[in-house]
Design a binder for this molecule. Sequence first.
Ligand SMILES: [Zn+2]
Length: 297
Amino acid sequence: MKSTPGTRELLLLLLVLLAVAAGAQTRTAVQDSSLRWREAQPERYVNPSRFPWPQDAKMALSLSFDDGWDSQVDYAVPLLDSFAVKATFYVLPERVAEKVEAWRRALAAGHELGNHTARHPCTGNFAWTRYDGVALEDYDLAGIRREMEEANTQLEQLLGVRPTAFAYPCGETYVGRGAQTSSYVPLVAELFHHGRRWASETANAPYYVDRAQIMAMRMDNEPFTRMEGLIQRTKRNEDWLVLAGHGVGDNPGWGTDLQMLRQLLAYATDPANQIWVAPVGEVAAYIEAHRSQAGAR
Ligand SMILES: [Zn+2]
């Protein structure tokens, strides 16, 4: 018997409508539940570490700079020195070679030297990495190990210091692509005391942080008010904020504003603000020592 034209189509349409309605209901339920969860549990976001920071501080702050731009030794180092603040500089050997004496003076003043690889490999989605043949997607673990070891050798020749600190270029921690991707975090853990990331979204929880992947938030192109907000948020949790910048000056485009840095240093070194300011490696070592005493929690 021939079915009435359209009946089958109507049934199919009904089924499709039911499926769509069920999907919409599920999505709404998920969104609602996630919102309720946030409102009901503010302690998920504020949970003071009670970590025994030195000098009665309520948090730690590290300032760091990448790539070894000339403006770092020209402007940032004298300003840091005027506040007696030590920072960490993750440098490229070829940039250091252009201003060796200035970099030697910076290290003699107590600033920390870090490795940032020899040729700065980053994702091949940047045109310059493909041009320079340093796309991480085309690296393997042996290649990235060579990058780090070469930089350590060159920096030791130039400055007489072999870095134990490392910052991942572009904050990227992998080599290869797809199913053949490998993390090079284990290599950094083997070769260095610490590894610092970049453009992270959080400060570091002292009882939890992995020193091979220290989170770092950007201070390039940021106003002081934003930095003050990050500091206050970090202080609520008694955590460790690591800030990272590149060039330093008045019109850097890709860098940290000198006036902002001056304001930040004045704020960070005011005892009333209870901030311990020290280089990344010093804070990482302090955490390691006190975490083993207290026992991780
Ligand atoms: Zn870099």
